[in-house]
Ligand binder design. Structure first.
Ligand code: SAH
Ligand code: TYD
Ligand code: ZN
Length: 402
């Protein structure tokens, strides 16, 4: 393949094998027609971009039955409230501001602008989650953000003071078209702010489950700078976030329009010091993934041999990569519990583990819980202290190196 960012040839360093759609929780009748592709990450040394070679088409992933609702986590609601407060304090003036969000889902971020009476618009292709946003008073257009849509928004609305996003820019294969759209829609001194799972955190933790179909890219500051400099933008601020197991918030503005914060220099330097731009880093990452897989398989094998009950906690999209890469099915994990109603009663993509409501867990505790929603550890540990205090134990694919 050619690098989507710079057109040179990225290097392949591993394959996670055959993968289904990560959020494609399905009914038993659909097992025979499930879609698979090969999940193969590559790294482009020329521009520093980590990406996956192949993925299902966006309309196979984002549609009227999309399974991810942002509001399922109370912690994320608070996070998005402070994201909004910070944008208002730091990057919005007091005039007639217009804020656009890409991938606004159920309105978890924009509701905080709606409640302040700030003009806003969400662009969200998955109509079921967009309907929830509208019910919360969040104006939403049901469409994929693109340069074509940006052109239409400029004529129907006005130029935006800020374009915001979270956990979506890394989903969009044609990243240059997004940059063109941002350039069309943004006021001259406007800012484009997005936060996404961070490559540095993934490498540090071996959280390889961040790699799945929706995450076409796992960004670093080096890669974001190289993508957007081709469109006249520069990084003006970087803010590490603890969400989604380690994310980065990127603030971009047109070159020279805003002062460049010290964090940009510091984090770019830190990425170079830790070798994020070097192919050897990804060879080492592959070995760590293999180690994690072998430790998890042998743990689950031992638990099965001892006759212990094992249940998964959180039917995350990330878990699809773990379960399919490690070949873990219902013989090893009897069910996965999840609070999302539309996942319950279905089966996990590829490995077909049943998805159950949380009562399945609390009514009859298993011996061991595999914490697939490890990025919500704090919130879940608080909620599930009775399980932990009555002898239940938690494992993840991350604690393999101890
Ligand atoms: N911002 C929310 C949702 C992230 S999930 C949060 O952080 O919790 C990603 C969302 O982006 C999904 O709702 C998906 O339907 C939407 N999406 C995918 N491709 C998109 C595109 N090209 N433009 C706008 N939204 C998109
Ligand atoms: P998340 O880690 O945000 O998403 P991703 O799909 O991007 O990997 O998903 C969290 C999932 O875990 C979601 O399906 C809801 C579920 N969940 C619970 O079941 N209980 C909880 O207490 C929390 C916080 C999440
Ligand atoms: Zn490249």
């Amino acid at each position: 393949m050619k690098c989507r960012v710079c057109d040179s040839n990225p290097s392949a360093f591993m394959s996670f094998g055959r993968m289904p759609v990560a959020n494609g929780f399905l009914e038993r009748e659909k097992f025979g027609s499930e879609y698979f592709y090969e999940l193969k990450p590559v790294f482009c040394e020329n521009c520093g971009t980590f990406q996956i070679e192949d993925h299902p088409s966006p309309d196979m992933m984002f549609h009227s039955d999309y399974a991810f609702f942002s509001r399922t986590s109370e912690h994320m609601r608070q996070h998005f409230k402070s994201y909004a407060d910070w944008v208002c304090d730091k990057y919005l003036g007091a005039g007639d501001e217009f804020v656009v969000e890409i991938g606004s889902n159920d309105g978890i971020l924009l509701e905080n602008f709606a409640s302040r009476g700030i003009r806003h618009l969400g662009c969200e292709p998955s109509s079921n989650v967009a309907a929830v946003a509208r019910n919360q008073g969040v104006d939403s257009v049901v469409d994929f953000f693109s340069s074509a849509l940006a052109g239409r928004l400029v004529s129907e609305y006005q130029h935006a003071s800020a374009i915001l996003a979270a956990n979506v820019i890394c989903h969009i294969p044609d990243i240059h078209d997004i940059a063109v759209g941002v350039d069309l829609l943004l006021k001259p001194d406007g800012v484009f702010i997005f936060e996404e799972p961070y490559l540095g955190s993934m490498i540090e933790k071996t959280s390889y489950d961040q790699i799945y179909d929706e995450h076409v890219y796992i960004f670093s500051a080096i890669s974001v700078a190289s993508i957007f400099e081709q469109h006249g933008f520069e990084l003006v601020e970087l803010l590490p976030q603890e969400t989604h197991g380690g994310s980065m918030r990127y603030v971009l503005a047109r070159v020279g329009m805003r002062p460049v914060h010290q964090s940009v220099f510091d984090i770019l330097q830190h990425e170079r010091n830790s070798g994020l731009h070097l192919p050897g880093t990804y060879d080492a990452f592959r070995s760590q993934c293999e180690k994690s897989k072998s430790v998890l398989n042998s743990r689950l094998g031992d638990l099965q041999a001892e006759g212990r009950r094992v249940v998964g906690y959180g039917a995350t999209s990330k878990s699809t990569t773990i379960l399919n890469y490690c070949d873990i099915g219902p013989d090893l994990i009897e069910a996965i519990v999840d609070t999302t109603p539309i996942k319950q009663g279905k089966f996990s993509p590829g490995m077909h583990i049943p998805i159950e409501p949380p009562s399945f867990f609390s009514d009859n505790y298993p011996d061991v819980a595999v914490l697939f929603a490890w990025n919500h550890r704090e919130e879940i540990m608080k909620k599930e202290s009775r399980f932990s205090n009555t002898g239940g134990s938690w494992i993840t694919h991350l604690d393999f190196d101890k």
